[in-house]
Write a protein of this length. Structure first.
Length: 384
């Protein structure tokens, strides 16, 4: 640090004996006074250096989360448990910090340092806590903490405990390189979830097919909806979980339940002979029977691309996907319908209800909304 201060004063081209004495004694107040008095032109550099020095101290004082392993496992399995296995720099950090080789096995009751930086949350915002301006990054960090809490890896939320976990790759890795690797992986390993084409990776059975997008058997029972195309979109997804709440100590999100309902609808439509497209897709979540659906953020768009955190980009991409498919089916389809499903939050003691929205002056949309409302009314009239 003395060397850095010396470089700064040398850049000012005039280091006095007094300045050298100040450096030696770390008297920062005197340094600022000296700079303003003797070299006013360097005041901007001083402030920049002050910011750098503060960041340097923060990095030096940073702690990382440690765990005492309760079950033996591999390095990859442990990092996967903490959603840190996709970035190579996380693994490199873990191996270096724990003095391990790539093939090392992790043993029971041993303590290991994870690539998770621990910060004291200031109670205001993640950006002000970390000194960053990137909103998307702050949102990812918030969702990471929610994910860790929902998986039971955190005992309390970061807002309640005032302890913020920050994945190593969010602040320390070469983000451009990591992003490029992730994009390459997405393009080569993820198939677009077109639920109607022969390229869909399915397993044939005596009655029908088992689709990885549903996770259960889908049997085409009738051709009642043959020639009709449906675009089913579940609300939110990816970096946007939608409404969040905690029920019986479990963190749950709107997007998981909206996606499950959307899958069930898509399955019913497909069993009636319809052509169905899921505009959002989760590669590892089919129809689930659990009361509490685990929160994750790996949902993708139908083309296999990651869902953008920017809302405008997210909505624009979905419009592009649906419009492109609409024009593809325009000549042969008997009809095309777009259905978006949300599970909105409401205040306690406020009646829960189902709402049906349609585009103004769209008679076909209005007719569909009325039919849906009528079906709900007939089938749920005895439910309180």
């Amino acid at each position: 640090m003395r060397i850095l201060l010396g470089i700064l004063l040398s850049w000012c081209k005039k280091v006095t004996k007094k300045a050298k004495h100040i450096i030696k004694n770390h008297n920062f107040t005197e340094i600022f006074r000296l700079m303003v008095d003797k070299w006013k032109k360097t005041i901007i550099a001083v402030f920049v250096f002050s910011i750098f020095y503060t960041a340097f101290l923060s990095a030096q004082d940073r702690n990382y989360h440690t765990i005492n392993l309760q079950k033996s496992c591999t390095v990859n399995r442990l990092l996967q448990r903490y959603a840190l296995n996709k970035q190579t720099c996380n693994k490199a950090f873990f191996l270096n910090q724990n003095v391990l080789k790539k093939e090392n096995f992790l043993f029971l009751n041993n303590e290991y340092t994870l690539p998770i930086a621990v910060y004291k949350y200031n109670g205001k915002s993640i950006r002000s806590t970390l000194g960053i301006v990137d909103l998307a990054k702050a949102k990812r960090i918030e969702q990471y903490n929610d994910l860790m809490y929902s998986k039971g890896l955190r005992k309390t939320t970061f807002k309640k405990s005032r302890i913020l976990w920050v994945p190593y790759h969010e602040l320390e890795c070469n983000s451009k390189l990591e992003k490029a690797k992730e994009q390459i992986g997405m393009k080569t390993s993820v198939d677009a979830p077109n639920l109607s084409t022969k390229t869909e990776p399915v397993t044939k059975t005596k009655k029908g097919i088992i689709s990885p997008y549903f996770g259960v058997e889908v049997e085409e029972k009738t051709n009642k909806l043959a020639g009709q195309v449906f675009y089913v979109k579940s609300g939110h997804g990816g970096p946007d979980p939608g409404a969040l709440c905690t029920v019986n100590g479990r963190r749950i999100s709107e997007d998981e339940y909206a996606y499950d309902v959307a899958l069930r609808l898509a399955k019913e439509l497909k069993e009636q002979g319809a052509i169905v497209y899921m505009i959002n897709h989760d590669p590892n979540d089919g129809i689930r029977e659990d009361m509490y659906l685990k929160l994750d953020n790996d949902e993708e768009h139908a083309d296999g691309q990651r869902i953008p955190i920017n809302q405008l980009k997210r909505l624009s991409r979905r419009v592009e996907l649906v419009n492109g498919l609409y024009h593809f089916h325009k000549r042969k389809a008997k009809s095309q319908k777009f259905i978006s499903i949300h599970v909105d939050s409401r205040k306690k003691r406020v009646r829960q209800d189902v709402f049906f929205y349609y585009k103004q002056n769209d008679n076909e949309g209005k007719s569909l909304a009325k039919n849906l409302w009528k079906t709900f009314d007939e089938n749920t009239s005895n439910i309180e």
